[in-house]
Design a protein around this ligand. Structure first.
Ligand code: SF4
Length: 128
């Protein structure tokens, strides 16, 4: 099982992200959670961010053991924002794990990501 963590900083302007430190967060995620890597982009729904997401999804599309967990705005909004990329890459949405990280400190973001991984990935792995 491989997990890629992609974090959005919502342009660095949204007050919903003011309690987190995006400079230290990727290292904390890689240290605390069982992920391949963690990266931060300032706007995943923008042009450059969409390219980053496309690369992450494409490199995982043929690997049934790879999950992409995304910390950004609310999950329903993420599903809408990235819908075109799912169609374009063929990435299975059951391996896409959207997490709302708004209004959270780094510690709270780690807890939310960890909780999502526990509820979404491990039960699936145990069935294999
Ligand atoms: S993906 Fe969501 S959190 Fe990221 S810039 Fe777009 S609206 Fe903001």
């Amino acid at each position: 099982m491989r997990i890629k963590a992609v974090i959005c900083n919502c342009k660095g302007l949204s007050p919903s992200f003011k309690d987190s430190d995006m400079n230290t967060l990727p290292f904390e995620i890689e240290s605390d959670l069982d992920v391949d890597y963690a990266i931060v982009h300032p706007q995943l729904c923008g042009m450059g961010g969409a390219r980053v997401m496309e690369d992450a999804l494409r490199s995982a599309e043929t690997d049934p053991d790879t999950f992409v967990i995304v910390g950004a705005c609310e999950p329903e909004a993420q599903l809408k924002l990235f819908q075109k990329l799912f169609c374009k890459t063929g990435f299975g949405q059951d391996h896409f794990l959207p997490v709302d990280i708004r209004g959270a400190t780094n510690r709270e973001i780690l807890e939310r990501l960890g909780e999502k991984l526990r509820e979404s990935v491990q039960p699936r792995e145990r069935r294999h």
